[in-house]
Design a protein around this ligand. Structure first.
Ligand SMILES: [Zn+2]
Length: 565
C-alpha cells in the first residue's frame, strides 16, 4: 500500500478501494482524513507477504489505514494525530499468546513466589515468609515451584508443616500438573491414608501408604473442593494484574485455556463484565471446558461468539498430564522409571464422544496432548471425527504437541491440525528431558522446524502461569533452543531451531488463524486492527543469543497505546 507523496492530506483512492468496506464513510475524494496515530521511522515487519517490510504505519480509530514509507505516512498526519518516532525500532503485529491461563496467571502475581526456589530449604523459607504476613487460617495458594531446581526430589508436607501449622497451604508445580499441600490442607480436604486412589491422577504416598502431600492431575480435585473460591473482586483484580503484565510484554491478544483452576465459566463471566465496563486492554479468546461442550453450545446460541475484544466458541480438553510430573502418556515407558508410561486423564471413549459432539456443534477443539501416545490417540480421534462429521473449516488444535513420534509429524499438516506450542518449555524442559525420555525420543521433541516444513501450522504461546508470557523469550527459545542452564550453547536438538521470522509468524498470524481472526489481525496492513508492538531493536538483525535482551517499548491495542516504557 502506497500513498502518492504529492497529494495533500487526503485518503488516496487506492486506500479507499482497499478499505471500502471498512471506511466507506471516510472515502469521498474531497474529505480530508488524517490518522489518529502514526508510527514513523521504524523497521516495520508487517507479516504481509505482499509487502513484508515498511517504515511507518498509520491508524485511524481501531484500524490500520496505511502502511508505507515515512514520507507516505507523513501525508496522513494532521493536527490531532498522535505521532510516535520509532528511531529505528522494530514494529511488528501485536503478539498473540495462543495459550495462557489468564486469571491463574494474574493470581500468581499476588501469591508466594517459588519458581526460582533452588533448594528445599529455600522453598520452605519462602512459604514461611509469606505465611507470616497472612491472616490466620487464610489459604496460601499459587506458588509454581519446580523440584527439578533441586535435583528432582518431590516436596513433602512436613517441609511446609515446619513453617505453617495454622495456615492451609496448597501450592502447585509450575506445570500445573501436581501440587503439594501441608498437613492442615490435607486434613481440611479429608485426604488421608484411607483415601482411595483417583482415576487419571495419583496420590503420592510414603512407604506406609500415607499421603506425602503431593497430588497429581485428577487427584488434585480432592483439594480444589476445599480451597475457597476466589471472590468476584479477587477475580477482577487477577484480570487487571494479568492484562498489565501481558501488555508489558507486547501481548495484545491471549487465548485463555480452561485448566481446572480458576479458568472456565467464571473466567468468561469476569471477562464479560470487564468488557461491559470498557476495561479490557487485552483481546481474549476465552476457552471453556470440553466436558461441558453442550453448555457452550447453548451459550453460543444465545450470545453468538463474542466480539473483537472477547471471543468464545472453543473448548479445552486434556488427553494426558505433563512430562515434568511423569503423567504424560507415552507409547513406551519413561527412561528413568521403566514400569511407568504415564496415563490418559479420561477414558478414550469419553474424549471421543465429547470431541465428536463439540465438533458437530461447530465448536473449536483445543485439546492438550504431550506424550507421543496422547498425541497419536488425539490425531486418530481428530481424523475419525472429521470423517464422521464431514468437511468444515474446523481448525482443530492440539495444545503443546511436545513429544511427537516421528511417524506422526506429517499428520499435523495432512490433517490440518494446528500445533499450539510453547517454545519456552523447550529451553526449560531441555535441561532434564533426555534423562526422562531418552536420547531417541528427544529428537522429535518440540519439533518446530519439522512441523513447519511438513506443512503444519504452528501457533506459539507461553502457557503462562507455567512459563513467563514473554514472546521475546519465546522467540529467543525457538530460534536458539539454548536451555536455561546454558549447557547447550548451540541449541538443544538444534535441527529443530527456526528463524526469527518463522517465530514471529507463529506469534502473530498463526495465532490469529488459530482463533479464526486472520482477516483482522496477525499482519500490519490496511483494514487490520491497529494492534502493534514497538521493540527497541530489529530482531532479524541481531545475534540470536541477544534476542532476550530486546525490550518492548510500546504496546498498542486497537490504535491506543496501552503500555509505554
Ligand atoms: Zn496450559
Amino acid at each position: 500500500m502506497t500513498v502518492p507523496p504529492t497529494r495533500s492530506v487526503r485518503v488516496s483512492r487506492s486506500i479507499c478501494i482497499g478499505l471500502l468496506t471498512v471506511f466507506a464513510a471516510a472515502c469521498s475524494e474531497s474529505q480530508p482524513v488524517s490518522a489518529s496515530l502514526a508510527i514513523k521511522g521504524a523497521r516495520v515487519w508487517t507479516g504481509d507477504p505482499a509487502q513484508p517490510w515498511a517504515e511507518a504505519v498509520a491508524a485511524r480509530g481501531e484500524d490500520i489505514i496505511a502502511v508505507g514509507t515515512t514520507a507516505e505516512i507523513d501525508e496522513l498526519i494532521g493536527d490531532k494525530t498522535q505521532v510516535i518516532e520509532a528511531n529505528g525500532g522494530m514494529l511488528v503485529p501485536g503478539f498473540i499468546d495462543a495459550h495462557v491461563h489468564f486469571l491463574d496467571g494474574g493470581s500468581t502475581i499476588a501469591s508466594v513466589q517459588l519458581r526460582d526456589a533452588e533448594s528445599p530449604q529455600e522453598f520452605a523459607q519462602r512459604i514461611g515468609d509469606f505465611v507470616s504476613n497472612a491472616e490466620p487460617g487464610e489459604w496460601i495458594t499459587g506458588g509454581t515451584w519446580d523440584h527439578m531446581n533441586w535435583g528432582g526430589e518431590l516436596p513433602r508436607r512436613d517441609w511446609i508443616d515446619a513453617v505453617s501449622t495454622d495456615n492451609p497451604v496448597w501450592v502447585m508445580r509450575l506445570d500445573g500438573h501436581m501440587g503439594i499441600g501441608n498437613s492442615l490442607a490435607l486434613q481440611l480436604a479429608g485426604v488421608d491414608a484411607e483415601t482411595p486412589d483417583v482415576p487419571g491422577g495419583e496420590i503420592v504416598r510414603d512407604s506406609e501408604g500415607r499421603p506425602t502431600g503431593v497430588l497429581k492431575d485428577n487427584a488434585m480435585r480432592l483439594i480444589f473442593s476445599a480451597v475457597p473460591e476466589p471472590t468476584q473482586k479477587q477475580l477482577d483484580g487477577y484480570l487487571d494484574a494479568a492484562m498489565q503484565y501481558v501488555v508489558s510484554n507486547g501481548v495484545t491478544s491471549v487465548h485463555d485455556m480452561f485448566d481446572g483452576g480458576v479458568g472456565g465459566w467464571r473466567s468468561l463471566e469476569t471477562y464479560r463484565r470487564a468488557e461491559a465496563n470498557n476495561a479490557l486492554i487485552t483481546r481474549i479468546y476465552s476457552i471453556t471446558p470440553l466436558a461441558e461442550w453442550q453448555k457452550l453450545d447453548d451459550y453460543v446460541a444465545t450470545n453468538g461468539r463474542g466480539t473483537e475484544w472477547l471471543r468464545f466458541g472453543g473448548v479445552k480438553g486434556f488427553m494426558d498430564g505433563s512430562l515434568g510430573s511423569h503423567t504424560a502418556a507415552f507409547l513406551e515407558p519413561y527412561t528413568d522409571t521403566p514400569d511407568d508410561s504415564g496415563f490418559l486423564l479420561d477414558p478414550l471413549d469419553d474424549l471421543r464422544e465429547w470431541i465428536t459432539g463439540a465438533d458437530a456443534a461447530g465448536l473449536q477443539l483445543n485439546v492438550h496432548a504431550i506424550g507421543d501416545k496422547a498425541i497419536r490417540d488425539l490425531l486418530d480421534i481428530y481424523f475419525d471425527v472429521a470423517e464422521a462429521n464431514g468437511p468444515r473449516d474446523r481448525r482443530f488444535r492440539m495444545e503443546h504437541a511436545q513429544h511427537i513420534h516421528p511417524d506422526d509429524v506429517p499428520r499435523f499438516g495432512i490433517q490440518n491440525v494446528i500445533a499450539s506450542m510453547q517454545p519456552y518449555h523447550a529451553i526449560d524442559d531441555g535441561r532434564w528431558a533426555e534423562a526422562v525420555i531418552g536420547a531417541e525420543r528427544v529428537q522429535t521433541t518440540y519439533a518446530f522446524r519439522s512441523l513447519i516444513e511438513s506443512g503444519a501450522r504452528v501457533a506459539f504461546g507461553s502457557d503462562w502461569y507455567v512459563a513467563p508470557a514473554s514472546p521475546l523469550e519465546g522467540i529467543y527459545a525457538a530460534v536458539t533452543r539454548r536451555t536455561l542452564d546454558d549447557r547447550n550453547p548451540d541449541g538443544w536438538v538444534p535441527q529443530e531451531k527456526i528463524t526469527v521470522e518463522q517465530a514471529l509468524r507463529a506469534y502473530t498470524y498463526e495465532g490469529a488463524y488459530a482463533s479464526f481472526e486472520e482477516d483482522r489481525k496477525g499482519m500490519l496492513k490496511p483494514g487490520m486492527l491497529a494492534d502493534m508492538v514497538l521493540i527497541d531493536r530489529d530482531l532479524t538483525d541481531i545475534r540470536p543469543g541477544t534476542i532476550r535482551e530486546a525490550q518492548v517499548l510500546k504496546t498498542i491495542v486497537g490504535g491506543r497505546v496501552v503500555f509505554s516504557r
